[in-house]
Design a protein around this ligand. Structure first.
Ligand code: FE
Length: 207
């Protein structure tokens, strides 16, 4: 099996959100897609280990926010490389309740969905959601996963359905999100942080 075949599939970068007893929770998803037009349904795949997965099951509702190319990469670091179990990811993240669900500000568009079917796989749950409300917020090109990798030099979280072991060539690697920095780390100011996840310089190690 030539696994590079998978690289030809395209994905976006989304924040999938829900509620945990009134607390907004969410994580990055890259596998989300429209399945039918009438009734409008979308599907999203979330790892069993994602706290948001449990919350979507409990509430029966989720939202998908489509990130644009101008989205702050730190948003991806926060929502993709930490857990809502012990982090309030919406703390410090501007958001509004839209369609009764927490939706981050500045996304290209959003969908509020009611779970109508669930399929379990070995590692992920696929949620089928009927869209109960949706809107566009920001005129920006939707971020593709290819853009995230190629332009932002972002890496894939271990919980993503598209995860693969990556070996880069950067001189330094962020221990949190695996972002690679190829310059002289010592020459950067002490308050410099990882452009993807916001981790301090001390979280970088030499390859
Ligand atoms: Fe990082």
């Amino acid at each position: 099996m030539n696994k590079s075949a998978f690289y030809a599939l395209s994905y976006g970068v989304y924040v999938c959100s829900s509620w945990d007893e009134g607390r907004p929770v969410g994580c990055i998803a890259n596998s989300a897609m429209q399945i039918t037009a009438s009734p409008a349904t979308v599907a999203v795949s979330l790892n069993h280990n994602n706290h948001t997965n449990k919350c979507v099951k409990e509430t029966g509702y989720f939202a998908i926010a489509v990130l644009g190319e101008q989205a702050d990469p730190k948003l991806i670091g926060k929502f993709g490389f930490s857990s809502s179990k012990d982090t309030d990811k919406f703390d410090g993240t501007p958001y509004a309740v839209r369609g009764k669900l927490p939706v981050i500000d500045g996304c290209v568009s959003w969908f509020a969905c009611k779970v109508v079917d669930v399929m379990e796989t070995a590692t992920h749950t696929v949620f089928l959601g009927e869209v109960i409300d949706c809107d566009t917020l920001q005129a920006d090109a939707p971020m593709t996963y290819a853009y995230y990798h190629k332009v932002l030099k972002g890496k894939t979280a271990a919980n993503a359905p598209t995860y693969r072991e990556e070996s880069g060539t950067g001189k330094y690697v962020c221990k949190v999100c695996k972002y690679e920095y190829d310059g002289d780390l010592d020459a950067l100011p002490e308050d410099w942080v990882c452009p993807i996840c916001g981790a301090p310089k001390s979280q970088f190690e030499r390859r």
